[in-house]
Ligand binder design. Structure first.
Ligand code: UN1
Length: 496
């Protein structure tokens, strides 16, 4: 594998440095066990240095005109375009997703960087009339300070861009902790930002685990915002830990996304959408479809077609063009996913296909799970309630539209949702009634675009959104400015 990595280090205050402790950890491929690189196992001291550098750099960076900050993001996007193939190749090795999807991951970062680069000439506020004569007023977006970006391994280039691009264009500085499963991709991301011209101290990367690096970042009083994409469990811990310093916390957590298939649906289209949403990225997207809620009149036909399609998917390494489904991220994930197969069986669901770790030939070198479908699933079963984050799909019967919506909503999460129907009235009711941050009509649950808000309701998050204009609310604070040009004391209407 051709890796272009030059330093396997932290980047703090413009220098590539080892961890203060000198300790390291390894990144290995989930596809075949290949050694990808050795990275600093950082601790509190490294985080403190990075935060101090980011805090110092903020003084100057916040004064760089926003269009200039945006231009750096345009250059970054261009570098991503040039490096797209190499990054996608590295991603197939370090994280496992198939090459086309890895290219899509990079593309999402390209789109986000261009979009947020353009914000450098917008960052719109409001002007309003005043109650008083000779008085002008407006609201402006202000940068907040040091942002801690804690990102997952499943979109190792895209998700860092979702956080870091809006943070930078708004004038903040960043300490970035990538997932320990994808440090090489996190490192490449920062190398390209540096090449694009981000000044020293403005972006810093600190490698290491959530317990040491993440925890310190979340508790550090000089970090004003934490943006985390991760599990619900981690989200709760982060909220607690951030409370003492009253940090802003943006959380993007789990999902238990459902595709509803009504009796009037185009079944061919529904099958395509479900297979892609359930087994793309080996089911490891927070938007992945893990439930299908089918009207009872189409349930059997849908189930047999989904099983046939799932069985035709080829497992393998992501860099092989013939592969449909790559490995899952690590052994712990493989074991967790497999444990849910037993849970489903014990709960009385019918295992229709899959349900096993794939070990034939070279697959034994990596962490491969056969695309799995359970039928006869009751909506209250654990396999229909808990996020499995793997290629496991539960099929649930619904009596009618209201029943389907109720089942779709009957989980703690609310990220993505979908309905296949040809009835426009039904589609509009679903848009209104599905409790989710994202609703697709006649498409699966994955594939969100960067210029609309991304995020979920209920326990998927805490009310914030990434992407689109909405992301700017996470990385800026509003300031209202009143300018009185009357030359005399004018009391506001409330004071007269
Ligand atoms: C995620 O899995 O955290 O909508 C994000 C999608 C992608 C993003 C998924 N744009 O599938």
């Amino acid at each position: 594998m051709a890796t272009t990595l030059t330093h396997h280090r932290n980047y703090i205050d413009g220098e590539w440095v080892v961890a203060a402790s000198g300790e390291t950890f390894d990144s290995t491929s989930p596809a075949d066990g290949e050694h990808i690189g050795t990275f600093p196992r950082s601790g509190a001291e490294d985080v403190d240095r990075a935060v101090a550098a980011a805090k110092a750099a903020f003084d100057e960076w916040r004064l760089v005109p926003a269009p200039k900050r945006g231009e750096i993001l345009f250059r970054f996007a261009q570098l991503l375009v040039e490096q797209k193939d190499a990054l996608a190749d590295l991603m197939t090795h370090e994280m496992g997703k198939v090459k086309a999807e890895a290219g899509g991951d990079v593309q999402e970062a390209i789109d986000m960087s261009y979009y947020m680069g353009g914000e450098g000439r917008r960052l719109f506020g409001q002007t309003t009339p005043s109650e008083l004569r000779d008085k002008f007023q407006m609201s402006v977006r202000m940068p907040i300070g040091v942002i801690g970006a804690i990102t997952p391994w499943n979109f190792p280039i895209a998700i860092p861009s979702w956080k870091i691009a809006p943070a930078l264009v708004a004038g903040n500085t960043v300490v970035f902790k990538p997932a320990t499963d994808t440090p090489a991709l996190g490192q490449r991301f920062v190398e390209l930002l540096v090449e694009a011209g981000v000044p020293k101290g403005v972006v810093n990367i600190v490698h290491g685990g959530g317990g040491a690096v993440g925890e310190r970042l979340v508790r550090h009083p000089d970090v004003r915002v934490i943006s985390l994409t991760g599990s619900r469990e981690t989200g709760v811990k982060v909220l607690h830990a951030a409370a003492d310093s009253l940090k802003h916390v943006h959380l993007e957590l789990g999902g238990k996304n459902a595709v509803i298939v009504m009796e009037d649906a185009d079944l061919d289209l529904a099958v395509d959408g479900i297979i892609w949403s359930a087994f793309g990225t080996s089911g490891q997207r927070c938007t992945a479809a893990s439930r299908v809620i089918a009207h009872e009149s189409v349930y059997d036909a849908l189930a047999s077609r989904l099983v046939a399609r799932a069985e035709s998917l080829r497992l393998g390494v992501g860099w092989d063009d013939a592969t449909d489904v790559g490995p899952v991220i690590n052994r712990a994930a493989l074991e967790k996913i497999h444990s849910y197969t037993q849970i489903g069986i014990d709960e009385g669901a019918t295992l229709l296909t899959g349900g096993e770790i794939a070990t034939e030939g070279d697959l034994a070198k990596g962490f491969y799970y056969r695309p799995t479908i359970f039928g006869d699933v009751d909506p209250q079963m654990r396999i229909a309630q808990e996020e499995i984050f793997g290629p496991v799909l539960s099929l649930i019967r619904a009596r009618d539209e209201a029943d389907a919506i109720r089942i779709s909503n009957g989980v703690r999460y609310g990220l993505s949702s979908s309905i296949f129907t040809r009835d426009v009235n039904r589609a509009f009711r679903a848009m209104r009634d599905l409790e989710a941050g994202i609703t697709y009509i006649n498409a699966g649950t994955i594939g969100a675009e960067v210029h609309l808000p991304f995020g979920g309701v209920k326990e998927t998050g805490n009310g914030h959104r990434e992407a689109g204009q909405a992301a700017l609310d996470v990385f800026t604070e509003w300031k209202s400015v009143y300018v009185d040009y009357s030359g005399m004391l004018q009391r506001a209407q409330i004071d007269t």
